[in-house]
Write a protein that binds this ligand. Structure first.
Ligand code: MG
Ligand code: ZN
Length: 366
């Protein structure tokens, strides 16, 4: 019988040990869940075929393959079986299905609250990173509210609302080469942001608030010379945000997996996915050391209807075919998770479920 093994002495030791640890952990906000920080990666357009194409051709195993939990997300939007990145990003960021093309609003165009805003209100540090302009649909969904994803200059203005401590990506023109001639970078500086325009200056920055505008519009692709920069951005963001005792929420987008697939260019999509995987590796290294960090990786939708029709595992080759249009499709997209709370992300979920899980795991007040 099991009970017989619990001698009074052992029981006393167990009580002592558990008593001590409860006292210690109770001091932190997320005592029950063990989650102090959340890092969310979104591979735009990243379906399971894209992931497997990268697995098949990568020189080394993907970091993603080491994640203990996997699941699926249903990506349909309020008004479409097939979503765009506006509605897809809004569902993940705000927990609300909305119309295609909308950013941080419900289908009625009224603003809905994002996880970034909730985290900020609860005193956490927050970050948003992308390889596209930070004003583009996916990162914008975590910061801005607009019924039209193309309103880049309005969306840029929403970065002045103080929600995000660190944002890094492209989009300089939307901040200081605007039709209204307003220079938003001056206002960001007044708010205490260090505004930087190069990776070198980003690395040197010692500010707790950073606006990194590393390209006029979008950053170059990996093939055009961006290789390794997203991992550097992630490293810097974690360095800055993890100084905050209250914990942090960080969203990182691999924006161009989608663009490669739209172009029906498998090499483009795969190189972008492998680059994001390296950035995930940076986050995982931190999470392993830190012990209180949950990493979730997912996509807003699949792009290109990619099927893998041949290849060679020993030869590290893959042959892919895209649908004629190269458009988004309605298939479920994968979820990978690592760290405390990661088991919650296995199974099949609506794309609106992430927000409530993050809120619950971080013990935030909505
Ligand atoms: Mg995107
Ligand atoms: Zn797309």
């Amino acid at each position: 019988m099991r009970e017989k093994l619990l001698s009074p002495a052992l029981l006393a030791v167990l009580l002592l040990v558990s008593g001590c640890s409860v006292q210690k952990i109770d001091k932190t906000r997320a005592a029950e869940t063990g989650v102090k920080n959340v890092i969310l990666f979104i591979g735009d357009g990243m379906g399971t075929s894209h992931v497997y194409a990268a697995m098949s051709t990568s020189k080394k195993p993907l970091v993603l393959e080491s994640f203990p939990f996997t699941g699926f997300s249903k990506t349909y939007s309020y008004n479409g079986y097939v979503t765009d990145s506006g509605a897809g990003g809004t569902a993940i960021a705000c927990g609300v299905k909305t119309n295609n093309g909308m950013i941080g609003t419900g289908p009625d165009s009224a603003a809905v609250t994002s996880i970034t805003e909730i985290a900020h209100r609860n005193g956490l540090a927050t970050g948003v990173l992308s390889t596209s302009a930070v004003t583009h649909a996916t990162p914008a969904s975590f910061v801005a509210h607009s019924s039209g994803r193309g309103n880049y200059e309005d969306i840029a203005k929403d970065f002045l609302n103080g929600t995000v401590n660190v944002f890094i990506g492209g989009g300089e023109d939307h901040f200081r080469n605007r039709n209204d001639n307003d220079d938003l970078t001056l206002k960001l500086r007044q708010q205490g942001y260090d505004v930087v325009y190069s990776l070198a200056d980003l690395k040197k920055s010692e500010s707790k608030k950073i606006a990194g505008l590393l390209a006029k519009e979008h950053m170059p692709s990996v093939a055009e010379g961006r290789k390794g920069i997203l991992p550097e951005m992630v490293k810097k963001a974690i360095d800055v945000l993890s100084r905050d005792e209250a914990g942090f929420f960080l969203m990182v987008e691999g924006s161009m997996i989608d663009w490669g697939a739209h172009e029906k260019n498998l090499e483009y999509a795969v190189s972008e996915l492998i680059d994001m995987d390296e950035a995930i590796g940076v986050a995982k290294k931190f999470a392993e050391k830190n012990g209180e960090t949950l990493i979730v990786v997912t996509a807003d939708h699949e792009t290109g209807g990619l099927s893998l029709t041949g290849g060679s595992i020993p030869g590290k080759l893959v042959k892919g075919e895209f649908i004629e249009s190269g458009s988004h499709t309605g298939v479920m997209v994968p979820i990978f998770s690592f760290g405390p709370g990661a088991a919650r992300f296995s199974g099949i979920h609506e794309n609106t479920f992430f927000l409530n899980e993050f809120v619950d795991l971080l013990k935030l007040k909505k």
